[in-house]
Design a protein around this ligand. Structure first.
Ligand code: GTP
Length: 253
């Protein structure tokens, strides 16, 4: 049987939550959360960790990082990459040659900046061709999917149509290239949930129609100074909550 490769988050609890060994290839996984909760940190961590060699149970791939918010900071990528390299060295126990070096890790993250939804749509449209030329890509991160659709969007029908189109294109890309697509999404307020018109709740941005198209959805949130990940829906796991941390070296238990 073909071995299924996954992308570890380096947080064992989070890996368990989303299927045992991390993010699955071939599917869309959506992480939602308020600003500062750690979505970008997770996106960077996965872009580094997708490169972990197969000999160490990694996907041994490259990453595409589509930045719509301008939050990808190279210095932070360097810190997280060094954290991963150090951790791999420890676990290989000095027996293997260094599996990855910093320069290699950075060169395997293809960075794109989309300033608005038109640029984002254009990027998704050329993705097919790019992936045919870069067969080793195993992860696409979009940070964030919500941001370009939240500014000055007056035509809500058009917005829904475009979002449905994006979700469909990404699902096809994920499946046909056996790639993990990770969507980082913001939260939005909703009024009058469960029949109570005064109640205000935070829900994933972009609306139900879009969210229904994502088979795996995790909400990241804070309580006091602790961070939690709550699995809302998944193709393979039960609803549950785990704790995670952000350290200088990246995401950890
Ligand atoms: P938006 O992009 O604003 O929606 O937020 P986000 O959810 O993407 O948050 P982001 O990933 O930018 O996370 C920012 C958080 O990461 C901050 O709250 C910091 O606490 C944490 N963080 C960033 N760098 C470090 C670091 O070097 N050490 C530690 N311990 N935490 C860090």
């Amino acid at each position: 049987q073909k071995q299924k490769f996954m992308i570890t988050t380096f947080c064992h609890g989070l890996d368990m939550l989303i299927g045992g060994r991390g993010i699955a290839l071939g599917q869309i996984t959506e992480f939602c959360g308020v600003p500062g909760v750690g979505k970008t940190q997770l996106g960077i961590q996965l872009s580094v960790n997708v490169q972990i060699p197969r000999s160490m149970s990694g996907a041994e791939g490259e990453a595409i990082y589509i930045d719509t918010e301008g939050s990808f900071i190279v210095q932070r990528v360097v810190e997280i990459a060094n954290g991963t390299i150090e951790k791999l060295n420890e676990s290989s126990d000095g027996k293997n040659d260094l599996p990855l070096d910093l320069e290699t890790v950075l060169s395997r993250i293809h960075y794109f900046r989309a300033h608005d939804y038109i640029e984002l749509l254009a990027l998704i449209k050329i993705m097919d061709q790019f992936l045919k030329e870069h067969r080793t890509v195993k992860l696409i991160v979009i940070d964030s999917i919500a941001f370009p659709f939240r500014q000055n969007f007056s035509d809500m029908m058009l917005r829904t149509r475009l979002l449905n189109m994006i979700a469909q294109d990404l699902a096809i890309i994920a499946e046909s290239f056996e790639i993990a697509v990770v969507l980082l999404n913001q939260m939005t307020t909703r009024f009058g949930n469960s029949g109570n018109s005064d109640k205000v709740t935070l829900v994933p941005a972009l609306g139900d129609s879009f969210n229904n198209k994502c088979p795996n959805q995790i909400i990241l949130y804070w309580r006091e100074d602790m961070r939690f990940a709550h699995l809302v829906k998944s193709a393979s796991s039960q609803e549950a909550t785990v704790q995670y941390q952000i350290t200088t070296s990246g995401i950890r238990d």
